[in-house]
Design a binder for this molecule. Structure first.
Ligand SMILES: Nc1nc2c(ncn2[C@@H]2O[C@H](COP(=O)(O)OP(=O)(O)O)[C@@H](O)[C@H]2O)c(=O)[nH]1
Ligand SMILES: [Mg+2]
Length: 164
């Protein structure tokens, strides 16, 4: 099981949809932030990977879904809005120290790169204290820049999802 987490409005739904099918991004249905959970199937080669999106509004209930079956976690951070980043940081730390996820692999998707300056990516990583986090936790953390609009990062994320 793969879960996709991050603050409300970070861009989880649109990113997952863009992974599913780059040709038909449906912007209309994602104007409303996800309340509750979404299930998105992503086909890579002849395998289907199921990703459960957990909306930011239900962060207090994330623990209901975070169990030993979660092998991978995609954590989405909106780098176009650094005001949100401390909230994202708190969420990320809470998830990383969850004992059920001690063997999970983490992908931090710095998204909305199409409307961000490159420099904001570095600011975001600093504000998330990524260097320190990577030293302190035992899980593997992969960081990728992405955009659901331009498709940046798409192939990198698909590769990460499908690797063992
Ligand atoms: N410019 C830009 N906007 C995005 C991107 N991803 C999401 N959005 C917009 O951000 C808003 C929230 O996206 P959504 O996927 O619903 O966020 P969620 O609450 O994390 O699922 C929507 O208005 C999206 O159109 C992106 O990569 N670039
Ligand atoms: Mg959503």
């Amino acid at each position: 099981m793969i879960v996709c987490l991050g603050p409300m409005g970070a861009g989880k739904t649109l990113l997952l949809k863009s992974l599913r099918n780059s040709e038909s991004i449906d912007n209309t249905t994602t104007a409303v932030p996800t309340v509750g959970t979404n299930i998105i199937d992503i086909k890579i080669g002849d395998k289907i990977y199921t990703v459960r999106e957990l909306g930011g509004t239900m962060a207090p209930m994330w623990n209901l879904y975070l169990n030993e079956n979660v092998r991978k976690v995609i954590f989405v951070v909106d780098v176009s809005d650094l005001c949100q980043i401390s909230a994202a940081c708190v969420l990320l730390y809470t998830v990383m120290v969850n004992p059920c996820l001690r063997n999970a692999q983490f992908l931090i998707a710095l998204t909305k790169m199409d409307v961000s300056y490159r420099q904001m990516r570095n600011e975001a990583l600093l504000m998330l204290q990524m260097k320190r986090l990577q030293k302190e936790v035992r899980q593997s953390i992969t960081i990728t820049e992405s955009s659901a609009i331009t498709g940046e990062g798409r192939s990198e994320i698909l590769k990460w999802i499908s690797k063992e």
